[in-house]
Ligand binder design. Structure first.
Ligand SMILES: Cc1cc2nc3c(=O)[nH]c(=O)nc-3n(C[C@H](O)[C@H](O)[C@H](O)COP(=O)(O)O)c2cc1C
Length: 153
């Protein structure tokens, strides 16, 4: 499956993604990652800065799920796929890590790239989109800002 503009927009507007992995016994693990980006049409790249548990799990079981949500627009996506750990010595590390290095800057060295090749993409929407279909996206944003007690700059 390939990314469309809606997926790319929500990736850009999501502060974090949540990476779910399982260990060799099937025990789940979910942790947040701020440094993530789309790479081409069907891959996500995530920076392993301090994610030894996820990296260990992926080595044992490469199937993963990644979700991300634009908290103000109250929607995002759930992506399932197969992950590969790409160390700095790999031929494609420079290409795969370029956007992550730009995001992370020099203070957050990237130990590995977690490359996720996408198998399935599913929409995530807040229940309010279904329960109140007449609300515009701007109304959703305004209500969320009020709920969270924040204002735009
Ligand atoms: C807001 C936030 C953003 C984070 N971003 C990243 C990230 O981009 N890359 C990373 O490796 N760890 C990141 N972390 C840290 C990991 O989530 C944390 O070290 C976690 O315990 C790793 O678990 P794991 O080893 O099971 O993957 C972030 C944590 C927080 C709270």
């Amino acid at each position: 499956m390939k990314f469309n503009d809606a997926v790319r927009t929500d990736i850009a507007n999501s502060v974090l993604c949540w990476l779910a992995t399982v260990d060799a016994d099937g025990m789940p693990n979910v942790t947040p990652k701020e440094m993530f980006a789309a790479h081409g049409d069907d891959r996500l790249v995530i920076a392993d800065i301090m994610s030894a548990g996820s990296v260990r799990n992926i080595a044992a079981q490469p199937k993963v799920c990644v979700s991300f949500v634009d908290v103000f627009r109250q929607h995002g996506f759930k992506i399932t796929g197969t992950a590969r750990i790409v160390p700095p010595e790999a031929d494609d590390f420079a290409d795969l890590s370029a956007d992550l290095v730009r995001m992370a800057g020099p203070d957050f060295p990237i130990r590995n790239v977690i490359e996720v090749t996408v198998a399935r993409i599913a929409r995530i929407r807040a229940p309010s989109y279904i329960l109140f279909p007449e609300r515009t996206e701007d109304e959703h944003i305004a209500r969320t800002q009020k709920t969270y007690g924040v204002r735009p700059l």
